[in-house]
Every structure is written in C-alpha cells, then in structure tokens.
Design a protein around this ligand. Sequence first.
Ligand code: PEP
Length: 250
Amino acid sequence: MARKPILAGNWKMHGSVADAKALASGLAANVGKRDDRGVILGPPFTALATTLEAVRGTNIVVAAQNMHFEEKGAFTGEISPTMLQDLGITHVILGHSERREVFGETDELINKKVGSALAHDLTAILCVGETLEQRDAGDTIKVIKGQVEAGLTGVTAAQASKIILAYEPVWAIGTGRVATPEQAQEVHAEIRACANGLGLPGDDIAILYGGSVKPDNVDGLMTCPDIDGALVGGASLKVEDFTRIVEFQE
Ligand code: PEP
C-alpha cells in the first residue's frame, strides 16, 4: 500500500484563539482541498474548537497535543479522550519529547495513553527521539527501539491504521539543527523494521520526521523512502511556511 505523505503542525503553547483562526483559515484556503497529502493541525486545547470550525469542509484534520488516558475523574487540569471525541477531534499527539522531558512522562504512561486513544477511535501520533548524549554515545537505535516497543505494547495489527509514528531527535527540536536526510532515513528504516517485528504492518504505518523542518529542508527529507511526512513546530505557525512544507517538491 502506498503511504500518503502527512504534514502535521504542532503549535505547542502558542497563540490566541484569533491567531489560531487566522492560521487555520489561511491553511484551509491554501491546502485544504489537497487529497494527495494529509494535513494535521495541532493547536493548544483552547483553540481546538476554533481550529475545527476553520477547517470544516476541507481535508485538514485537527489533533490535540496531549490527553489523559482516563475518561473522567479527579484529574485537575487534564483532558480526556472522550472530551476530545466530544469536540470532534480525531487525532492526538502523544509522547512528545517536551512531555517526556519537561513533564516527566514515562514510556509506561505514554503507552497507556496510546491504548486509550485507540480504544476511543482516536489516531495516536506517537513521538520518539533520542537526546544528543544518547546519539553521541552510539545509543540512538537502542533508545528509539525501546521507545517504539514500549509505546506500542498491546497495539494490534488491526489498530495499526490508527497509528502514526514521529521520529523527533531531541537535539533537532527547536534548535535549527535538522537531522540530515541520511540520519533520519537510517532511524526511520529501523522504526519500520521494529513495527514489523512487533507484528504490525510496518509498511502501512506513516513515519514522520520532526526537528527543525523548514521550507528549505523539507524537500530533501521527503526524498527518503522511509520518511512519510513531517511533524513541524516553529514553521507550522506561519501560513506561508507551513503551506510550502505541505507543498513539498517530490
Ligand atoms: C516539534 O515540536 O515537534 C518540532 C519538531 O519543533 P520544531 O519544528 O520547531 O523543531
């Protein structure tokens, strides 16, 4: 099965509701009708409803940046899968390195969230990535395999169509230091082999690269056979830049 490219924006903790409306509306006008590429926008919780409204009637879908694994309860400050469903959200980013590093999320917790997302028919965008120290120590593949295996524990082949993986080397996120296409391709191929080893249809699972993707480096990354798209932070906050990323040249 040919994998459709997916370009996803992670807006992180940026922008007002009005900013989100302008950004989503601009992207809806520019790339909302494309059906050869999947486009995902990840606004902060406060702008999910507005973003959904702005892309209504287009092919763009909206992702939350996190969720709790429980449906409800005494979890102050958290958002549940059923709350996301209630809004009409279809995708959720899980295990972003900022969640792991800043908020102490473990592989075990992230795996619970992945299982909960799938149980609620949400597509999970599972992020993995090594730190610079781990790369310099020659541990990249070991770390990535460990995160993929832990994150996907319990996921069945039948659920694989609801999984998107994102390889985001921590040293490349927000640093302007992008992985070379060769560095990214090497890890993506390992991730695909790892998914196959878990009994999942690895060839059908989209694996996105994330880490300082910009209009001027996306084309090179997208030439790699196992890079199926990009998860984009900073450059997803500008209509022109993210439009150009969606319109990468093959
Ligand atoms: C991200 O936060 O997922 C990311 C890849 O950020 P940036 O593109 O800014 O490096």
